[in-house]
Design a protein around this ligand. Structure first.
Ligand code: NAD
Length: 261
């Protein structure tokens, strides 16, 4: 599965992981790159750099995503790869206010549903396509210090699984990208020292290295793309002995919370 010659859309493309993906797709020889983001100046800067097109789009609004897909299809004739990547982190537990639960639900879950509705029918008609959801290792394991992030990233992985099961026969290749900590705006300023501290236990990955892992993942054509390979071991440990895994996570939580990392 190669990006060369393909039309690629990346949401959250103005910064961090999305920007690194756009840059890497340009190097790989994508035919067109559509950089979608609410951050207008950032999207335009990245689009200029990769000789792509910026589209200002709030992924929480279905109408914006419909317009984004229509723009790409009308301008370039197709969307071959859709990277549903934009996401946010909110720290806290069940006490987090409903408006923030709704905001993260819309951004980290509904956005992927809107994108799938808008782009999958055209992909099927054209004989196939790639749909990648940027979830997180928190969607397979958990995010200490953030219930909203854990919940929404689990939902994102669940959606990706269900889409794979539903659409594989029709030529749609679905990927769930599940990194641990990557050095981006989210982990620099993004909201919650403790939450980020835990994710960073195994080190902060530069976004360029993550983009390498995505290209490798596309070639392997396996559902899970794990830029931090140790996540597979943690995931297997969770499945093999849930109680033990939970005990370990509680110990890790205590360590992180007491160190104020
Ligand atoms: N950084 C990490 O450690 C890490 C780890 C695992 C998963 N992720 C996931 O990777 C994805 C990208 O994260 P990042 O670290 O690059 O974050 P980031 O904050 O650096 O960049 C996110 C981008 O998404 C855009 N965005 C946010 N809300 C949007 C909206 N409603 N509509 C359109 N664009 C919007 C922002 O403007 C920004 O350009 C997210 O889904 C995040 O949850 C990040």
């Amino acid at each position: 599965m190669e990006v060369r010659g393909k039309v690629v859309v990346v949401t959250g493309g103005a910064l961090g992981i999305g920007r690194a993906l756009c840059r890497r797709f340009a190097l790989e020889g994508a035919r067109a790159i559509v950089v979608a983001d609410i951050h207008e100046a950032g999207a335009k800067a990245v689009a200029e750099e990769v000789q792509g097109q910026a589209v200002i789009c709030d992924v929480r609004r279905e109408g914006d995503i419909v317009r984004l897909v229509r723009f790409a299809e009308e301008t370039f004739g197709a969307v071959d790869y859709f990277c549903s990547n934009a996401g946010i982190l909110i720290t806290g537990g069940v006490e987090v206010a409903d408006r923030d639960w709704n905001r993260i639900w819309e951004t980290n879950v509904l956005s992927h549903i809107y994108a799938a509705r808008a782009v999958i029918p055209g992909m099927i008609q054209r004989g196939g396509g790639v749909f990648m959801i940027t979830a997180s290792a928190a969607g397979l394991l958990s995010q200490i210090g953030s219930a909203p992030y854990s919940v929404t990233k689990h939902a994102a992985v669940g959606l990706a699984e269900n889409m794979d099961i539903t659409y594989a026969e029709q030529g749609i290749k679905v990927f769930a990208l599940c990194p641990q900590a990557v050095s981006t705006e989210m982990t620099r300023n993004g909201g919650g020292v403790a939450a980020v501290g835990v994710a960073a236990v195994d080190g902060m990955m530069p976004p360029e290295q993550l983009a390498d892992a995505v290209i490798e993942g596309f070639k392997r054509e396996e559902f899970l793309i794990l830029p931090h390979p140790e996540v597979l071991t943690f995931f297997q440990r969770k499945a093999n002995d849930y109680e033990r895994w939970l005990r370990g996570m509680r110990r890790l939580r205590d360590k992180v919370m007491s160190s104020g990392a």
